[in-house]
Design a protein around this ligand. Structure first.
Ligand SMILES: [Zn+2]
Length: 275
C-alpha cells in the first residue's frame, strides 16, 4: 500500500471509528432480561430484511400441505403470541410450517417464525412444541437479529482499526496478530453473545409458554429429546449453551414460570392444541 493510499485508508478508518462510537452511543439498548445490547440498525430496517429473507425461504423450501400439522402449530403459536406485550396480535405475525426432516425452527425480525415438520418428532406434545415456539418468539421480541448483525459490524470495524494500527502492512507479525484477533472476535465476541441470546430466548420463552397455559416443566424433556437429535443440531442447539447448562438454567426458572402456568390453569386457560 503506498503512503497516499495508506493515509486515505487511515482517515477512512478514523472516520469509521468516530461513526461507530456515535452509533454505539446512540444505539445502546436493553434486552427484556436487562442485558445491554448494541443495536446499530433501525428496527424497521431489520424487519424489512427479515421479511425479505422469509420470502426467499418460502420460495426455496416447500410449505407443508398437511392441514393438521399447520393447524396444530398455529394453535400453539396463537396461544403464545397474545402473551407478547409488545405485539400481541397474531395477525401481525407470520408462522409457516415447512416440509423438511430437520428438527429445527427459526425466527426472523418482522415477526416471522418458521417451523420444520421434522421438529415434531422431538417436540412430542403441545407443551414441548410451545417451548420451541416461545423460544423463537423470544428471539424476535428481544431483537436478537439486530444485535447479532450489529455485533458483526462492530467486529469488522474492529478488524479495520487493528489493520490501521499495525500500519496497514501485512507482515508476518500483523498477520499473526490479526489471526489472533480473528479468533478473539470469533470466540470472544460473537459466540458468547450467541450463547446469551440462546439462554435469554429460553427464559423469555419459558415465561411466555407458561402464561399461555402450557406446562413449563415440559421444556426439560424437550431439550433432552433435542440433544438426542444427532448429527444436525437445530438452531437452538448449534450455538451452545450445552444441553446440560440449558436444562440447569430452565430448572432454576421453572418454579417461577409455574406460578403463571397454575394461574392460567385456574382460569381455565390450559392450552388444548392437538395433532
Ligand atoms: Zn435460538
Amino acid at each position: 500500500m503506498n503512503s497516499n493510499l495508506h493515509r486515505t485508508y487511515k482517515s477512512i478508518t478514523t472516520c469509521s471509528v468516530a461513526a461507530l462510537t456515535c452509533f454505539a452511543l446512540l444505539s445502546c439498548a436493553t434486552s427484556p432480561e436487562g442485558r445491554n445490547q448494541l443495536k446499530l440498525i433501525p428496527d424497521e430496517q431489520m424487519d424489512v430484511m427479515g421479511a425479505q429473507s422469509f420470502e426467499q425461504i418460502k420460495q426455496q423450501t416447500p410449505i407443508t400441505e398437511d392441514k393438521n400439522i399447520q393447524q396444530y402449530v398455529l394453535c400453539v403459536a396463537n396461544k403464545i403470541i397474545p402473551q407478547v406485550a409488545q405485539n400481541p396480535d397474531p395477525k401481525q405475525w407470520e408462522v409457516v410450517v415447512f416440509e423438511d426432516d430437520q428438527a429445527n425452527a427459526f425466527a426472523l425480525p418482522g415477526n416471522k417464525i418458521g417451523v420444520y415438520t421434522g421438529l415434531l418428532k422431538y417436540a412430542k406434545n403441545q407443551d414441548q412444541l410451545a417451548a420451541v415456539m416461545g423460544h423463537e418468539v423470544a428471539h424476535v421480541i428481544a431483537k436478537h437479529g439486530n444485535e447479532r448483525v450489529s455485533n458483526q459490524m462492530a467486529t469488522e470495524a474492529g478488524m479495520s482499526i487493528a489493520t490501521a494500527v499495525l500500519g496497514g502492512t501485512q507482515n508476518e507479525n500483523s498477520t499473526l496478530i490479526l489471526a489472533g484477533l480473528g479468533l478473539g472476535a470469533q470466540y470472544g465476541i460473537i459466540l458468547p453473545f450467541s450463547r446469551s441470546h440462546e439462554s435469554e430466548a429460553d427464559l423469555i420463552g419459558l415465561d411466555l409458554m407458561a402464561k399461555a397455559g402450557f406446562d413449563p416443566a415440559q421444556s426439560v424433556p424437550l431439550w433432552q429429546n433435542m440433544s438426542q437429535a444427532g448429527a444436525s443440531p437445530p438452531e437452538f442447539m448449534s450455538t451452545h449453551p450445552s444441553s446440560d447448562t440449558r436444562i440447569k438454567q430452565l430448572k432454576e426458572r421453572i418454579p417461577n414460570a409455574n406460578i403463571a402456568y397454575q394461574e392460567a390453569v385456574k382460569k381455565g386457560q390450559r392450552a388444548n392444541c392437538k395433532l
